[in-house]
Design a protein around this ligand. Sequence first.
Ligand code: OOB
Length: 556
Amino acid sequence: MLKGCVPWPEKIADGYVAKGYWNNIPIGEAFDRAAEIFTTREALVYGDQRISYSQLKSGSDRIAEHFLNLGLRPLDRIIVQLPNIPEFVYCYFAFLKIGVIPVMCLPPHRFTEIAYIADKCGAKGYLIPDYYHKHNYLELAQELSQAVPSINNIFVVGRECRTGQFLINQFLEDKIENCANNELLDKYRPDPMEVAVFLLSGGTTGLPKIIPRTHNDYLYTARMTGLPVGLNLYSVYLAIAPLAHNMTLACPGLMGTLLNGGKVVITASTDVENLCKLIEKENISILPLVPALIITLLNYQERKNYNLSSLKIIISGGSKLNPEVAKRIKPELGCNLVQQFGMAEGLLTMTNMSDLEEVVFNTVGRPVSPADEIKIVDDEEVEVSPGATGELICRGPYTIRGYYQVADYNEKAFTRDGYYKTGDIVRLEPVSGCLIIEGRKKDLINRGGEKISAEEVENLILAHPKVDNAAVVAMPDPLLGERSCAYVTLKNNETLTLNELNTFMLEKKIAKFKLPERLEIIEQFPLTNVGKIQKKDLRLAIEKKIEEEIQTSEQL
Ligand code: OOB
């Protein structure tokens, strides 16, 4: 396995193959097999573009050959920062076919995040749109190639690029296969035990960690998560959250749907009117949504003007779904709910269609693989008594054994016997054996499914010349579940506004979704008995303050 990754112990890996969890074929080949069967069926829909399985296969082969001709080789890393557009999918399979590892960044990421990740994984290239949401990625690429010398290939989706850069759209039009050696792709067929893709961690401590997912384990993820939702060739899956997220990419997502001959409709807009139009026009049957979008859809009155009868299942995942919201789905939207809990590091749990309503409303179901091993433990890593609350730890055929190139950190993030410490506080519901998420130990803000590391934001705030100390905590929000609130103490008799702080933060070139949405200036931090900031007290304080504000505004 690529240097810097932690492989599964050999005996365990052999067992996963022997039991058929790992099929020992690379992802690109698994897709090609599906493309051979489903040839003329639609694989991908984007606006007016309708792309068949054969077209997707030949397009991704073509791009892969261009990548090889430019000197990309197996295990090279390429930073991918594309929105939900067909080129994302063409390039994703092109990379995977030749063992080049795409690093899944998000369009809102900015220079600081991209430069850190590109440097950390020694990226050789960068794949971007020319412009997206009024942001000029060509400029970002320029800045990045100066800062990270290993980047020597910039690939652009769009109409415009600069000298020395390459347009993906030209690759797609250029029939390279007519003059190239047909065996080229076979020659670079990747080892299924190797890393297929690098995902980013959902905000553990400090800067993002890089998650290596292998061909074998990621294919298994896509296969197993398709079962509870009955994925088949008639399924029409809407990819509305970023394709770079594990949930949309592989749970069952793009990969699961295409391996089963279904159709993936992709959209880069989360606007609720667009959502309803797409469900009606494309007959969406499987709709994965974060709870914030479920609430928005339920509360959208004009929904009644659309025919949403094709909807069979809403998969809710990424953050906690309130049972009161869960109960409204069937009567108001006429479809079933499947709850999904998971993480880019691996483990996934899901409810299924035969579960009782109370199970579907109140739990996140069971692990999707019979080989998943989960434990609920206390702070000393001792299993708690049945039904008690503790931290969820897990290992299995699709849960990583270590982050990429952070040996020291891995010692804290995994147990000695290879369990990943999820940082989620859970308990097992005794009758159904399903998990209930009670809270979390890890210091992050779950903003409508998007994870923000408190420490990463605190470090940026601490750089502000007026700030003495800072703590970022989650504050409750009726739509997003949580938003981030920054508590700070100031130097001398300084003053600071949220606007001033955020202007400063944006100058540090970070993704906008990480900006604090509220600033609380205090004289002194509450401390624990070992002198650390007592974040629990801050969380309670802001919760109480918000409640009081709501009460006051209702009285007015
Ligand atoms: C998904 O992945 P990540 O890596 O962005 O975030 C993982 C964390 C979990 O550890 C948990 O804290 C939270 O997100 N989470 C949930 C949840 N699903 C994820 N918390 C409560 N209820 C849920 N249903 O978020 C992710 C990856 C694959 C599939 C689905 C979600």
